[in-house]
Design a protein around this ligand. Sequence first.
Ligand SMILES: Nc1ncnc2c1ncn2[C@@H]1O[C@H](COP(=O)(O)OP(=O)(O)O)[C@@H](O)[C@H]1O
Ligand SMILES: [Mg+2]
Length: 1048
Amino acid sequence: MRELNSVQCVSGSSCDMRAKASDMHSKDCVKVAVRVRPFNKRERDAGSRCIISLVSTSISIQDPRDCHNRRSFCFDYAYWSHSGFTRDQTGLFVPKELGGRYADQHSVFQDLGVGILENALQGYNATLLAYGQTGSGKSYSMVGYGPNKGLVPKLCDRLFEAIREHQENRQCQVFFSMLEIYNEQVVDLLSRGSRSAAGLRVREELQRGFYVEGLRKIPCENALQVEQLMEQGTRTRTTAATQMNANSSRSHMLIILQLKQIFSKESITKQSNINLVDLAGSERQRSSGSEADRLKEGTAINLSLTTLGNVISALADIAVGKKVVHIPYRDSVLTKLLQSALGGNSRTVMIATLSPADICYEESLSTLRYAERAKRIQNRAVVNESPTERLVKELKAENARLLQKLSRMDQEGRRATDESKELRQLLTQNELQIRAIQTLWEQHLQEALKDWEQQYANITQERRMMQMYPYILNINEDAQLSGVVKLFIQEGEWGIGLCDSAPRSISIKGLGIQEHHAVFRNEQRRVTLTPLTGSKVIVNGNAVYETAELQHLDRLILGSNCTYLFVGYPSERGGEDWGRYDYDYFQSELAAAEGIHLSESSTGCSQTDPSLLAVFYDYIQLMPMVAEANQMSQELSKGVEFKLEIKNLALSDSRGHDLQKDTVVRVTSAGSKQVWMWSKAKFVNRKFLMEEVYQQFKAAQHEDNRVECLPAVVLPRDKDPFWDPVEPLLLGTAHLWLQSLAFRIPLEEQLEVLGSEGTEEAILQAQLIPCTSTGLPLGEDDILIDPSEVLGRRLDFQLVLDQCCGVRWIREARNRGIQIGFRVFDCGELLYTPAVWHNINPLLDHRVQFTSLQTSQRLLDYLQSSAVVLELWGLQEGCSVLSSSLGAVRMTAEGSFIIDMLDPQATLSDSAELSCSVRALQQDLEKLKSLNESLRKENHSLREQLNTVKNGGDGVRGRSLRPSCDAEFARALKVFYHSMTSVRGQLQRLRRHRPSEESDLLGLRLFVDEQSRLLRDFSEQLEDSVSTLKQDIAAIVRRKRERSGIWS
Ligand SMILES: Nc1ncnc2c1ncn2[C@@H]1O[C@H](COP(=O)(O)OP(=O)(O)O)[C@@H](O)[C@H]1O
Ligand SMILES: [Mg+2]
């Protein structure tokens, strides 16, 4: 029993560890630091604004959409690494001037790293967590890039320095482990053997707490060894990620340093665990307000991260005195392993990393809130001390006693008695135990040394090869995993593909990689690449089907998404910066080949619409994921195809303003012709679930040892990420402008229904008919010269949807149908026409009457400046028909929809601000009304004059002439109005005018500028013609008046 215990202690568990009472620290709060990184390329391109400011340790964040909304937080440390830095000749980022505010890696380490190290040396457990959205700088802070070493390597440097300094009074042992948690599975990143599919098990022991069973712990004697282990771990992580089609931003990386200090004089051993955690990206896939996914968020995606959040919340609640029944440590792998770091025996530091860009506002704010909660957590750290050394001493003392006893027995001549036999046995046992305790570390080291030698040999070999041969270098979405794998192309012919045992082959794994994928030929120092039948090979953005010669720094994509940079012979390598060929570069190049451009030449032009840029980056981010989803669908025989689209690219709202653009995924089922539209969030969630299904399928395939092409993977629908219940789809919209109603002029139009990307989906025949309350159409006599005459009066009109022609949706599949949806002014609900099926030119014959009981200025403004947006909805077999719930709609006795149901005074009075602006508006309105009134009076008197003068007092003629005089006006107006409609139509066409396929960012910008100038001109023309009309009318009036003057 004793032996078991002691051996366990030596091998590093914390059993028998106990706290010295004097070292009991009542409470340690988790220390929290925040760090703001520089803008990245995307953010610079987008002309991002910095919304974060720092003063001392307090940090403020500004809502980019609301200048009054600024939130401040205070933390233990706050680091400004956003600006004020320069790169020195060794590549280090340092403050521009001495004492500048820029926080470099060194100063961050001085504050956080040194503290952690001191804690560990004192015998406390210590934990460092990096939290923040993907790309915010977690890995930069934790691990670092190139010469800008992060906390982990710096900490190791300093740790071994400290060990050397203290070697007089203590012997130190350091064990290094590195693991990854992905989808709740633990992967040992230093494991040599093949990984088990299910990952390592997390177990619990009473004294030891949770630990990873079978995790490799490698003894290290210097910082270089640690660095190499980290490199090895990163490489494993990279290959595992491509192999399993996994996304590193969703995995947590843990480095565990076990430090054991043996103080021989004091006969104590102190042991501390240092956990260094680079957490998964904190961004949650918000279901952008609209739909929540039918299938739960891929539950395991961030189970660890979500649970970490829950644990932190619970602990923060406890800290402020709230009653908390349960802290859900056991709910996830990460929280099990970090249990002592959170609310337990550890000194813990969290570094929260932030992007300073306006577009990251939501995420940054959420990170700050998270950090704020974390800083309330209270731990109870204790020095971990073990009696191991004392045990050795005791054993030695006991042996000395035993020896004495034996020799005494010898002298007494009592040889070979039972007692002496027992004593000897005990003696050897004790000796073995002592030796075990003392030699274990040495043995570990010896074993590790062999590994080191192998490692060194590999590294030197790789360095040599790099100077001899061309190679391909992996490029990963995560910069931390880029450039980790080098595959050499030596002279001759080399196959590349899954084939791992074939001679002269380079083995790679990944989605869409075939057994024999392509062939490299390296002859006379020229390298060519030949795709093999059916395999996907893309060079510099373009698919290649025949042999292509490779140039230094060509970009290769093999299969769905294995990205490599080709590095030519050393003689071809200049001093160019390879760094620019990052993952974004690859994807932008691909997008460009698809006709989606947005290239380099952006500096200096800050006018690019940031929202458009955001969509572009969404697009290129989703592109590889869509390729992967298509590949999985194909391999699983799901018959589902995914295609990226930009929503609202060509659509505008009821006032003609552009709608917010968004990237969406169109999902089409080849067999049933069903179509779905998924939001980005939904697609990302589904993609994760697809990966799970795909992994299971692969594992099953592997087990059964079956080859390719299984029948379609059948999943119950409630678990199938490739499937959804069908829903009506918004196919496109048409605008029916309402201005004619303000003049009570009827309107008949053939409207083009435009799809999201500007395609013509159908032609819609629609009418607007001003009418009486009973629905009788008004005549020309009722046309208003001055629209304000309707103010305060009842207004009725009908919207008639006659027919839809050439409906593309139905042309594509006859089993489909359509409906038109529309909303008018304040009429609460979206109204729909009945569904019509199977007809390319469906007759709608739908007539709705709307009534304004008391026309307000607001309604008049609406009529003059807005359109009814007619939405064309596509129905498919099995989906339910759209219907409006008429609960919130008021109707007249005649069955007409009342559109101005809101009494502005009643609804707005609750908000002081609003009522204030309403008052101002009302004053304006009063002024306008009185102006209007006087104009009307003038008008009236003019008419009177006209009548009396023209008719010379002839009552009969007068009566007949008055309307004809109005009719003259009216006709002029009508003609003019119709010309305006065509102007508007032209304007719409102009708006849809698209840039050429080839234009780059600059071209796009020029196009946009040109177009908006044209638009301005056009609308000015429109205004001009309106004012000309007004002038004309005034002239007519004047003429009449003059005539009346002459006649009178
Ligand atoms: N403080 C910083 N100074 C300079 N560059 C940084 C800093 N923080 C992050 N970066 C850069 O931003 C990019 C993303 O950072 P990274 O640490 O990989 O993000 P994360 O690990 O949070 O996803 C990297 O290219 C990195 O070099
Ligand atoms: Mg990272």
